[in-house]
Design a protein around this ligand. Structure first.
Ligand SMILES: O=C(CO)[C@H](O)[C@H](O)COP(=O)(O)O
Length: 232
């Protein structure tokens, strides 16, 4: 599948998911190229159909895009609930365990997700996998002592790399943290790995989102299809 085909599937999933947002809702808006299509469609509905909803964004990038369409964005601490959050993902398996953070927004994404009544992911079909881990697992770490964290990960065989931008500088999250990507190839015991990572001093959050999603809308050449998590 080339990039144009993949983008078409992402766009179809984004447009399908936009139908879930109704007048008066408080909606979490994720981050990434798939979510961009979602926000474009929501922006169109706001401008052409008069849709009115309030958004809580998972990154400054998404906030900027949404506000550009006139979508009202508020701080997460200024709402008492979030009806639904729609976000992208890097991989998801049949147990609805996923990897997120390819766009370095995993921390805010997880905070918004756990405070949402319903979580929906939008992905193209290539992201539905048997076993997660082929996609490098992002881990957000505090810059101070991050080299020591990387060494600890190396010693455990996690094959870490510090994520760098095009100029060779560390990528910074919206919280000014670093991202370390773990090149694990496959994750057979995600729960154990999650426990290990979150108990490593210096780690703020990791990109394992385990059984946190209610529905996945998969962009498929035959049309978007919905996977529903039976365990939520
Ligand atoms: O987790 C994310 C950002 O931190 C994204 O949702 C994930 O990386 C998917 O991105 P894309 O839609 O561009 O493929």
């Amino acid at each position: 599948m080339d990039k144009a085909q993949q983008d078409a599937l992402k766009k179809a999933a984004g447009i399908e998911a936009a139908k879930l947002i109704q007048n008066g809702m408080i909606a979490g808006l994720g981050t990434g190229s798939t979510v961009r299509f979602l926000v474009d469609e929501l922006g169109r509905r706001v401008q052409e159909e008069g849709l009115q909803f309030t958004g809580v964004t998972t990154s400054r990038r998404t906030q900027k895009q949404a506000e550009g369409y006139g979508i009202k964005i508020v701080n997460i601490d200024d709402v008492d609930h979030i009806d639904i959050t729609i976000d992208g993902a890097d991989e998801v398996d049949k147990n609805f365990n996923g990897i997120k953070g390819g766009g370095a927004a995993l921390l805010w994404e997880k905070i918004v997700a756990i405070n949402s009544n319903k979580v929906v992911w939008i992905v193209d079909q290539s992201k539905v996998v048997d076993t997660i881990g082929k996609f490098p697992l992002p881990v957000e770490v505090i810059p101070f002592g991050s080299g020591q964290v990387v060494r600890k990960f190396e010693a455990k065989g996690y094959k870490p790399t510090l994520r760098l931008d095009a100029d060779g500088n560390p990528v910074l999250t919206d919280e000014n943290d670093y991202v370390v990507d773990l090149h694990l190839e496959r994750i057979d015991h995600p729960q154990e790995l999650a426990e290990d990572l979150i108990h490593t001093v210096g780690v703020v959050e990791h990109g394992l989102f385990l059984n946190m999603v209610d529905q996945v809308i998969v962009g498929d050449p035959a049309g978007p299809r919905v996977l529903t998590n039976p365990n939520k």
